[in-house]
Design a protein around this ligand. Sequence first.
Ligand code: TYD
Length: 198
Amino acid sequence: MFIAIDGIDGSGITTHCKLLCNWIESLGLKVHLTKEPSSGKIGELIRHYLKLKDIPAAVDALLFAADRVEHCIEIKSYLDKGYIVISDRYVESSRAYQVAEGLPPDWVDLINRYAITPDLNIILDVEPRIALKRKFGRDIGDEKFEELEFLTRVREIMLKNARLRNYPIVDTNKSIEEVHRSLREIILGKFRDVGIII
Ligand code: TYD
């Protein structure tokens, strides 16, 4: 099973992905945690570019999509070995961030055509102001997308896409424990649906 978790910066994706992995392991299941941007060469380049801020949106989109093509090779290899794979960010981040940068949604979908479709895509939702305060203690971070107005746009697009595709949306204004419990319930439901646990 392939699970992707997306949200705006500061929504708690990394924290919750780690907690979920520990919990899945405790159920006796094999789990692989991975993330985008990846730790590969293209992921490294993306991290460098995120600090520069003046990179054209289409370059961002193409780099994230290229990084994802490589990332999918890794994901597939773990899925083939029977692992549950959790990705900290995936295509929904491109569908929201790069569209919020002004790119056409159809084109973003097209360049992500070779990305494996997750079995479950969860969106973590939080007020951008709270998210930025949580992450940086102020309304702006150091990287390109970490800014209130932009993240407000990203959030709107991400929520709209999530509703269209029926993805579960989890409110992360709540405590870490409460959010973790909600996430567990969603994932347990999916595990039962596909017979991973009874
Ligand atoms: P982030 O998860 O914040 O990385 P880290 O926690 O290691 O700093 O991701 C970096 C940024 O990249 C974040 O602002 C979201 C953005 N992003 C996109 O714009 N498009 C994408 O497709 C992905 C995966 C991330």
